[in-house]
Design a protein around this ligand. Structure first.
Ligand code: BES
Ligand code: MN
Ligand code: ZN
Length: 495
């Protein structure tokens, strides 16, 4: 897909199809009126018929454009005062869906006729590109026959007077969309294919033709050497070998401290000896979506090459029951030296992350964000709209919240107060790996906080946002937009 910002107005440029936004009660904005004139009035004639009213979500593809060549696509934007930014995404989805199975290869549009309170043209351009790329995504590589790719390969955005900035917004949006699609594919792949070793291979693959990226893979022996007994205690019941994957992106030179992203990469979470119920267990292939979001963000960096340093770390293991698996009551010594009583083998994410969070201290991080499908409790608390955010640093938390808002990929903060820490007291070790039913998301973060005392750290619980269940089952690619927005906000524009 290519995205181009142009100085030309819609009627002047060449494209297979031009998009016309129509407001409620068939109202036309400036761009629509211009196009109507240039086409010889075909839009007003169609609107006069009354079939197309401009209701939100309505689309109609006209095979002709009157005196202009190509086609016209009418897209209803509804009542201007009711159009919210969340709906802008739906609008782009509808628009792309209306043409993606046609022969249309190039689509031209202007966004002038869409008013969104508090959002400028560049925001709309970025989200347009991102959602175009994600709408065209298909995951059918596990089917015996693959669908033909969409004919749509280019979008031309008319933006007279502001092309350079708009082009940059389009590039960022397109890269974000590609990054989300990378994350979705890794998430959607089944556990028998997307194993820890497979993830390590994908990291190496990403490193090809990418000089700024250094990939390092640790196997179980190297992890044992480092004392990562907690991570290894999760892996040991599985025949799939664990991997600790490090992807160092250097875009700012070695003097700049990196922002570190740590992803939970449980490629399948059966619960281990504390076995999960069978219903819906297939969805635990998505338990590596935190890792997938790190890969997705690295993909964005590959495309945009911003002047920042980012280290992506993925702790990849499979959690299975077996004769040699960890048992409830087992005590392990983490890389930090702290001991943990494993009261529930299904609280494995924190066991894996704690060693990864100790390991990354060696990068002398500016900030650390871990991303994990950590607790079912997070879905109870926040549902599927916001990721859970917990942090030991209020400035970092505020930056992530604002990145989420700006990227249309929201998070919501929960407290990490000291009062909750005592739920993790153990009679037999320094810490227990579960804190009981109350505040499950918070006590999981409390557990992690014991290993992140030396740096500014935030935790994103994406259990409710990383994938959809039911008929639309599939990975969402979240929180790649939030992470992208966050790391890009760290680019020093004066450098
Ligand atoms: N991967 C799960 C969390 C999860 C569950 C995410 C359902 C999305 C949907 C995690 O490893 C887990 O099993 N957590 C337990 C923790 C409990 C044992 C303290 C949970 O949430 O039930
Ligand atoms: Mn689990
Ligand atoms: Zn899990």
């Amino acid at each position: 897909m290519t995205f181009n910002a142009t100085t030309q107005v819609l009627s002047e440029l060449t494209a297979d199809c031009r998009v016309v936004f129509v407001g409620a009660d068939s109202t036309m904005g400036n761009s629509a009126q211009q196009l109507d004139k240039a086409s010889g009035g075909i839009i007003s004639r169609i609107l006069a018929l009354g079939d197309f009213t401009g209701k939100f979500g309505q689309t109609q593809l006209l095979p002709e454009a009157g005196e202009l060549n190509g086609r016209l696509l009418l897209v209803g934007t509804g009542k201007a005062e009711e159009l919210k930014e969340g709906q802008f995404r739906t609008l782009v989805k509808n628009l792309i869906s209306a043409v993606k199975d046609t022969k249309i290869a190039s689509l031209a549009l202007s966004l002038d006729d869409i008013e969104l309170k508090g959002r400028d043209f560049n925001w709309k351009a970025r989200l347009l590109a991102e959602n175009t790329v994600t709408t065209l995504y298909v995951f059918d590589q596990m089917k015996s026959k693959q669908a033909d790719p969409s004919a749509l390969t280019g979008i031309i955005l008319s933006a007279p007077g502001a092309e350079a900035a708009v082009q940059q917004a389009l590039n960022t949006g397109a890269a974000t969309g590609e990054g989300m699609n990378v994350a979705r594919t890794l998430g959607n792949l089944p556990g028998n294919i997307c194993t820890p070793v497979y993830l390590a291979e994908q990291a190496q693959e990403l490193g090809k033709d990418f000089d700024e990226l250094t990939v390092t893979i640790l196997d179980e022996n190297q992890m044992a050497e480092l004392g990562m007994n907690s991570l290894l205690s999760v892996a040991k019941g599985s025949v799939e070998a664990p991997r600790l994957i490090t992807m160092e992106y250097n875009g700012a030179g070695s003097d700049t401290k990196p922002h570190v992203l740590v992803g939970k990469g449980v490629t399948f979470d059966s619960g281990g000896i504390s076995l999960k119920p069978g219903e819906g267990m297939d969805e635990m292939k998505y338990d590596m979506c935190g890792a997938a979001s790190v890969f997705g963000t690295m993909q964005v960096l590959k495309q945009l090459k911003p002047k920042i340093n980012v280290v992506g770390v993925v702790a990849a293991v499979e959690n299975m029951p077996a004769g040699n698996a960890s048992k409830p009551g087992d005590v392990v010594t983490t890389m930090s030296g702290k001991t943990v009583e494993i009261l529930n083998t299904d609280a494995e994410g924190r066991l894996v992350l704690c060693d990864a969070l100790t390991y990354i201290d060696k990068f002398n991080p500016e900030t650390v964000v871990d991303i994990a499908t950590l607790t079912g409790a997070c879905i109870i608390g926040l549902g599927h709209h916001a990721s859970g955010l917990l942090s030991n640093d209020d400035t970092l938390a505020a930056e992530l919240l604002s990145a989420g808002l700006d990227a249309n990929d929201k998070a919501w903060q929960m407290p990490l107060w000291a009062e909750y820490q005592q739920q993790l007291d153990s009679n037999f070790a320094d810490i227990a790996n579960i804190g009981g039913r109350p505040a499950g998301t918070i006590t999981a973060a409390c557990f992690l906080s014991r290993f992140t005392e030396d740096y500014r750290w935030a935790h994103l619980d994406i259990a409710g946002t990383a994938w959809h269940s039911g008929k639309e089952k599939g990975a969402t690619g979240r929180p790649v937009p939030l992470l992208t927005q966050y790391v890009l906000s760290k680019v020093d524009i004066n450098a």
